[in-house]
Ligand binder design. Sequence first.
Ligand code: ME8
Length: 515
Amino acid sequence: MGEPFYITTAISYPNGKPHIGHAYEAIAADAIARFQRQAGRDVRFQTGTDEHGLKMVQTARDRGMPVADLASEMSSHFRRMCDTLNISYDRFIRTTDADHYRASQAIWQAMEASGDLYLDRYEGWYSVRDEAFYDEKELVVGEGGEKLSPQGTPVTWTAEETWFFRLSKYQQPLLDLYSANPDFIRPEARRNEIMRFVEGGLSDLSVSRTSFDWGVPVPGSPGHVMYVWVDALTNYLTGAGYPEADMHHWPADLHLIGKDIVRFHTVYWPAFLLSAQLPLPQSVFGHGFVLHRGEKMSKSVGNVVDPADLASAFGVDALRYFLLREVSFGQDGSYSAEAIVTRVNAELANAFGNLAQRTLSFIAKNLGTLPDTGRAEDADGVLIEEVVVAVAGLNQTFSDLMLSQGIEAWMRGVFACNQYIDAQAPWTLRKTDPDRMNAVLRTLVRAIRILAIAILPVVPAGAGAILDQLGVPEDERDHAAIDDDGWYARRVASGAPLPPPTPAFPRLELPAETA
Ligand code: ME8
C-alpha cells in the first residue's frame, strides 16, 4: 500500500433533497480519489450528511415530523445520489452515528483541557440558513431595510447562555499557518479573503446552544448541545478513527468544499485542532458554485434540479464529464441541457467514443483478434508520444486540482488519434497494404488503452467498458500500467478474440422537456 491520502467532501444538510451543487462536489472529489488511487496512494474517501442544528429542527417542525426521521429519510437520498453517480466513497458518515458522538465529545474535552472553553452569555446575530454567527459589522441591509448576513440570508437576534471557544487566541497562529503553507487554502482568491478576515481580528466563538436539544450533548454540561459546526467539522476526525491514537489516515490531505464555507474550514477548524493538539489538514479547496443558466438555484425560481434526473436524462458519465470539463475548478460555472449535450457530443461521443468504437469494431469485424505483426512507420511512434505527453499533462494538472485543464490536455491526445486515423485511413489500407494496416491498428489500440486508463477517474463506466472490451485486467488500470509497454504483446499472446464493441459513450439528444 502506498502513502495514505485522505479526501473528504463537505457533509450536506439533509433538510431537503440533494441538488446539482451536491452532485458536483461529490463528483469532483470522486475524480480526485480515483486519480490518487491510480497513482498508488492508499486513499480514504469520506462523504456524508450533517444532521444536527437549528435548520434541521425548523424544517422538521414545518413538515410536522420528528427531526430524526427527517434526517434519516433525506440522508438516504444523499447516499443514493452518491451510489447513482458512481461515487467511490469508503464511508458515508452521518453525524448521528454513535462513533461520531464519541469523537465530538473527545475533541470537546481536549479543547476544554487546553483551557479554551468558558461559559458566558451570547448575544448576537445568527443565520439559521448558514448556521452561522455574525458580527454586527459584517451584516448588510436588505431591500426592505432588514438586516442580512453577508451571504444574504436572514439573521435573528439570539441571546442565551453558551460555551465559548477562545478563537481570539488563535489569530496569530492561524496567520502563521497561512504564511507557512500557501496551499492550506486554495484557490488564491479564497486564501486572500480569509487572510483579510483573520487580520481584521477574531472574536471568541459561541460553541454550544441551550434553546434546543438536537445535537451532540456537551460533556458534563446538561442542557447544552454543541454548536452544529463543532460536531460537523469533527466528522473528518471521526472517519479517521479519532479518538484512537493510531489514526492512519489523519491528517486529511484534502477537504474539498464549496466557497461559502471556507471560513469554517480554514479558521474555526484549524483553531479547534490546534487547541486539541491534533495535526492539521494539508489543504482546503473551496470550489465554485454551479448555477443553472447562470442563476442561483432556489426553490421559488423553480430551477432546483435533482441530479438523479440529470443522470437519467444524460447518463452518469456524461454528467460527470460535463461538470468537470465545463467548470474551471475553483470558479463558478453554469449548466444547461444544451451545454451538456453540445460538450458531451463533441468530446466524449464524437471524439473519444467514436475513435474507440470505429477502431475496435473494425478490428473485430475484419481481423477478429488484435494483429501481432505490421510494418511500423515514424507516424506511429509520433502518435504514441503525443498521447503519452497528453496523459502526462492530465496527471500533472489533476495533481494540482486543475481538473478542467487536465481533461483538456487529455483531449489533445484524443484529437491526435483522430488526425492519425484520418491520415492513415486503415479502411483503405485493408485492400492496398494489410501489413501497414496492422501496424496502424496496433498503434491505435495502444493509444486507446492509455487514453482510457487516464480518463477513468472522470468517466469510470464508459472508460471501464472500453478497457473491458480490450481485455485490460482491473489491476492494470493505474498509472504504472500506462507506462507498461508490454501489455500489447501479452494481449496478443493470449490469443483472445476481440469481441464486437458496444458504444461506451452514446451521442445525446436534447430532451424535449428540458430544452
Ligand atoms: O454547507 N454549487 O451543507 P450544504 C456547488 N453542512 N456547490 C454547492 C452549491 C452549488 N450551487 N450549493 C452548495 C453545508 N454547495 C454544511 C457543511 S462540512 C463539515 C458542513 C456545496 O448541504 C457547499 O458549498 O449547504 C458545501 O460544500 C456542500 O455543497 C454542502 O452544502
